[in-house]
Each structure stands twice: as structure tokens, then as C-alpha cells.
Design a binder for this molecule. Sequence first.
Ligand code: NAD
Ligand code: IPM
Ligand code: MN
Length: 328
Amino acid sequence: MTHRIAVIGGDGIGPEVIAEALKVVRAAGVELDTVDYDLGGARYLRDGVVLTDDIVEEWRGFDALLLGAVGTPDVPPGVIERGLLLKMRFDLDLYVNQRPFVAPDGSHDFIVIRENTEGTYAGEGGFLRKGTPHEIATQGSVNTRFGVERCVRYAFELAQRRPKRHLTLVHKTNVLTFAGDLWERTFNEVAAEYPDVTTAYNHVDAACIYFVESPQRYDVIVTDNLFGDILTDLGGAVSGGIGFASSGNLNPDRTGPSMFEPVHGSAPDIAGQQKANPVAAILSAAMMLDFLGEADAAERIRTACADPENLTGSTATIGDAIARSLGA
Ligand code: NAD
Ligand code: IPM
Ligand code: MN
């Protein structure tokens, strides 16, 4: 079966790592019908387009989206990140951001479920008296019972399917007493429906200690959008490096396509030099294959990505080695 994939290489190292991800998926014997979308900083500087509603409508006809990275120092912060990446997540209702972390030596194996449509990312806030000495800037955190519950429920369902059946809520209930209270109450109420899943709670600051000192305590973690963003860069750093961290922006209800991308950004400091590790993008493509019902190819790709023999050299050398070990 051929899968229709919209591909957004994006900025910086994005196109470099996506080229390797597509190479590896094809080497695994999966047929893709891809359509490239020229979006990101360069396109914005050329004709002002970030992402149009028409393009989002077009994407609804695809099986999945694969994205490299977006954002460039040539464009003011937020224009591309909010206008392209967050618009994709919000418009396509990709409410779960699933980010798995496995230690290279197998000593830990956990998944962060990051709420992906609310919190401080929702865009509530603004300026008053901008540019004056009495300027005010507010940035609210939006937490709905509906949004929190669907994300927490997804995390319980996932934890229930894993051998350890353990779910940790990470928040900051000791200070964020409104949002934290809603998250904790929702978590505890949903927990009652999953008596076979054991639960724990960590404040996010303590979770930073445990990520470094005892990550083996975790199985599945569920957390809000901003905490999840920060914790998953740390998760990458303690699991072989950010160049190995993959993610899926999921619409679990499958009312539209999901979007897969590495956790890392466009890495302007190493862009265009074939220095980027393509494994994060390759593993994100493997997650996409799982979601498309190609579990066997996905597992073969993960095995090839875990072989240290395949992991030295340039971006393309690594992609070639992984593709070769899949039989290409
Ligand atoms: P970054 O993740 O791009 O880079 C952080 C550090 O990690 C850099 O030193 C970089 O060289 C290194 N790094 C990242 N990916 C790597 C890889 N595959 N192999 C080896 N090293 C790698 O974060 P940043 O510098 O804060 O952000 C740069 C731009 O990317 C910003 O515009 C930011 O908004 C954007 N960004 C986009 C995404 C996305 O598209 N999903 C994610 C994060 C950041
Ligand atoms: C990520 C990125 C994005 C986020 C940015 C680029 C909007 O850091 O996917 O982790 O903060 O979600
Ligand atoms: Mn991030």
C-alpha cells in the first residue's frame, strides 16, 4: 500500500535530515507518494507566505505529514514557529505530542505525553502601553477540562498497554494552583477508570533532577505543553543526545492526518554542513510508519538506528548506512 505524505523540510538542518528519513523509509520497502511543501523562513522572506488555510485544507487529504524543523534567525522569533508549526498543531487538532526516550544502553525507556494545543502556547495575552515605561505584557495559560482530560486519557491508555503500566503526572501544583488543580483533579478522576495503572506525581523542578539521576523510575509521563517542551529537550540530552529524540504530533481520533517531526529545531549553528544527526528524523518517520500500520518496517528501522556501526560520519553517511543495513 502506498501512503500519501506531505513533506515539509523547513529551515536549517530540516531538509538535510528529512532527505535521510525518506531514504531510510524507502529502503525499508515502504512505498510513499510524497508532495513537498516549500514552507519556512526562506519562503516567508521570498513572498511573505507562512502557512495558508488553503494549504491546511489540502493536508487533510494526506495520510500523514513529515516535518524537518522550522525557524531561522533571519526572521523575527515566533513568526514561523507560531505561524507554521503551532498553526499545524492547532488547526489539525494534534492534541497529543508523543516523545519517546530510550537510553542507548537500555537502562531507561519512557515516553513523554505533552499536551499540544493549550497552556501558554494557546496565545492568550498581549501588550498594553507597548514601548512606554509602563508597558505590560501578559501571557496566559489556557487549560480546559476537555483538553486536559483527552490528553490524560490518552496517556492512561498508552500506559495500560506497556509492561510497567505506570503513569506520572508532572506539573507545578504547588505554585500554579489553578491550572495545577485542574490537571491533578482530572488526572485522579481518570485514574479511577484505570485501576491496573499505578500513578505518581512529580513537581516539574524535581522531575528535572530525576530525568538526570534516576530516569529508570519513569514509564509514561503526562504533562502540560510548556513543561513538556522543556522536559523533552532534557529527555533527549539524557538519552543519547537531542539528535536521537523523535516525536509524533498525534490526532488520536484520526479525524485528520498526524504530523511527525524530530524534537530538535533547525540548528542554524550546524546547518548546511552535513553535521546534523539524522536519526531523530528517521525515528520520527518510524513513528509515522507505526501510525500508518507499518509496524514491521518501523521496528526494523529502530533496530538499524540502534546499531552504533551505523552512526558515524556525516548526515548522509549515517542515512546511507542505516538504509544499507535495511537491505537497500
Ligand atoms: P535547536 O534544537 O535547533 O538546537 C539546539 C542545539 O542542538 C544546537 O547546538 C544544535 O546544533 C543542536 N542540534 C539540534 N539538532 C541536532 C541534530 N540533529 N544533530 C546534532 N545536533 C543538533 O534549538 P535552537 O537553537 O534553540 O532553535 C533554532 C531554531 O529552531 C529556532 O528558530 C527555534 O524556534 C526552532 N525550533 C524548531 C523546532 C521545530 O521545528 N520542531 C523545534 C525546536 C526549535
Ligand atoms: C518543539 C519546538 C516548538 C515548541 C517551537 C519551535 C514552537 O521547540 O517542538 O519542541 O516549543 O513546541
Ligand atoms: Mn522544543
